[in-house]
Design a protein around this ligand. Sequence first.
Ligand SMILES: Cc1cc2nc3c(=O)[nH]c(=O)nc-3n(C[C@H](O)[C@H](O)[C@H](O)COP(=O)(O)OP(=O)(O)OC[C@H]3O[C@@H](n4cnc5c(N)ncnc54)[C@H](O)[C@@H]3O)c2cc1C
Length: 317
Amino acid sequence: MRILVSGAGVAGPVLAYWLTRHGFSVTVVERAPTPRKTGGHAVDLFRPAMNISEKMGVLPRVEERATGTNRMTVHQEGARRPVRVDLSKIFSATSDRHVEIMRDDLSEIYYDAARDDVEYLFGDSITAISPDGGVRFENAAPRRFDLVVGADGLHSTVRRLVFGDESRFSAFIGAHLAVLTLPNVSALDGELLIHVGVGRTAGMYGARHLADARVLFLFRSERELDHHRDVPRQKELLRGAFDDLIPTSRLAVRGLAQGARLISTLPAGPSRALLRLTTKSARLHNSMTVDDYSPSPTASRGRVGLAGDPGGGLGAE
Ligand SMILES: Cc1cc2nc3c(=O)[nH]c(=O)nc-3n(C[C@H](O)[C@H](O)[C@H](O)COP(=O)(O)OP(=O)(O)OC[C@H]3O[C@@H](n4cnc5c(N)ncnc54)[C@H](O)[C@@H]3O)c2cc1C
């Protein structure tokens, strides 16, 4: 039986691993030209994900790549002193098994687990799926599969092609989240810095094995983006929400304000200046709409199913 999985993020490679173990012949098509290596954002794995990683034999690699973040310092706008939190206590109260890892590290580990047994098509995307399993691609020649699974993230193409427009499955709840990569000027080691204001939160953290740091911006917004890939509008929204952060932030000397400063100087559209930022000091690599997500009433239709975020969950694209 030939199965096509769309998306090599987290769900796609895990599904491919288990399907091959059960004797299926699996092809994974991934829009990115190569397995992603940007690091992405940190994700926390608790018992269910740890158990699956253990059964796949990859738990030692997952633990080896742990971010090591175990402390959080929260600065509230207007407050005189920061609050310090021992994150390990919170995590151990939540679950008896936990590790935090960068999403792209996790994706790479799962990809490696079955890469020799799975056919990967990078730099391609499904454009049409017919009820008899006929699949068309942007680049590859048309092929036929017994089953197609959409594991292609929050803005799933498979879900749109088979189940209908994304607007049927998501509703904007008035917030945006963006993650930037910056040089780790504050030499963060095991610490998450958080700045909390009314309707906005900014955070900065590093990871043991990463030379750079991540700055995360979460903020309320009345208007949704017209399109999730509208980068000029993303920058405009970020600027509007955070460009006064520098004078108010007690973290100014510790690097977080560097992210805010970067935002306030982002040019409105693509430009050479942004290109320099992109290649040298910072990448706007992850911006998303926070959706109040309702999974499709059935996660399968005919020969097509959904896994991971497309089938119900919150994630990043
Ligand atoms: C800041 C942040 C923190 C988070 N923290 C946690 C956490 O602590 N714990 C947790 O469990 N989850 C967390 N999440 C959510 C988690 O990242 C997602 O649930 C998870 O990545 C979903 O995996 P996925 O495989 O479904 O989708 P993704 O990881 O989004 O992968 C989808 C893949 O499909 C590819 N793709 C997209 N379109 C196409 C196409 N047309 N054709 C082919 N390929 C395509 C993409 O390039 C990508 O590789 C967090 C998310 C964010 C944004």
